[in-house]
Design a protein around this ligand. Structure first.
Ligand SMILES: C[S@@+](CC[C@H](N)C(=O)[O-])C[C@H]1O[C@@H](n2cnc3c(N)ncnc32)[C@H](O)[C@@H]1O
Length: 252
């Protein structure tokens, strides 16, 4: 695909997230808030990343869940995103929390060459036209640092079990008249540009990372995060349905 073909795609993606910024944090999964969830995520990040005050680049940072948690725990964070509206939300939350985070309005395939100690992402790779090119750019931004991909199992990659789980939560949300966190779905046309738009298994992501200059990767299941996320679900029926497996792929 040539650059001229990519431009409309990245504009569509930017427009989608610019609109979604207004509602994105409605989902507890997007914006965990309980003390238990925050502690579980903090524990996971601390065990996966170099010690603070390491310099961390959060790619596709969105409204800043990871960036803000990392800054709270003493990391020097740069948050990069294609959507200025998502970054505006991140900036508002950062100043509310009395923290400092550098924001970068850019595409995740054009990351700054600043020798970061680590690059982290959560739920970005599925919406990249070139996940491998993005990973190569992140390696150039962190030539001797660490890569931490924070993902969960969903979509086609999660198989029938995860699709049923998602439908169950969705049905319960409708019964509660709960509002949706996304203003729309990507169109089939837009999704067709992204090789991981149906999700990715842990194995898919390990193979992808190992096919780049990051080299050997390891996998960690984030069981404490899963447990804390389940406790924070809004009803006993949601807790019975449970949460999708959460995991990290780490390299470098
Ligand atoms: C599903 S959200 C994840 C946000 C955040 N990482 C989180 O865990 O809540 C995906 C984010 O990636 C951003 N994004 C999508 N494509 C991008 C690209 N090519 N370059 C940079 N950011 C991108 C979107 O604007 C959005 O904020």
């Amino acid at each position: 695909m040539g650059t001229s073909d990519l431009e409309p795609v990245s504009q569509q993606v930017r427009t989608y997230w610019d609109i979604d910024a207004a509602t994105y944090d409605r989902s507890p999964g997007h914006h965990p808030r309980t003390a238990l969830e925050l502690a579980a995520w903090a524990g996971a990040l601390r065990s996966l990343l170099p010690a603070p005050p390491a310099r961390v680049l959060d790619v596709g940072a969105g409204t800043g869940f990871l960036s803000i948690l990392l800054a709270k725990h003493g990391y020097a964070v740069s948050a990069l995103d294609l959507s200025s509206a998502m970054l505006d939300r991140l900036k508002a939350k950062t100043s509310e929390a009395g923290l400092e985070i550098t924001t970068i309005h850019a595409d995740a395939t054009e990351t700054p060459l600043e020798d970061f100690d680590a690059v982290v992402e959560r739920h970005l790779l599925w919406t990249m036209p070139g996940p491998r090119a993005a990973l190569e750019s992140w390696r150039r931004s962190s030539p001797s640092g660490r890569l931490v991909l924070l993902e969960s199992l969903w979509g086609d990659a999660g198989g029938r079990a995860e699709q049923l789980r998602r439908s169950g939560h969705e049905a319960l949300r409708r019964l509660r008249h709960g509002e949706h966190a996304h203003h729309a779905e990507y169109s089939a046309d837009l999704r067709s540009n992204f090789p991981l738009s149906g999700g990715a298994t842990p194995g898919d992501l390990v193979s992808l990372v190992e096919s780049t200059s990051w080299g050997a990767a390891r996998l960690e299941r984030l069981r404490d995060v899963e447990w804390a996320t389940r406790q924070a679900l809004p009803s006993w029926a949601d807790r019975l349905i449970g949460v999708a497996p959460h995991f990290a792929v780490v390299a470098g």
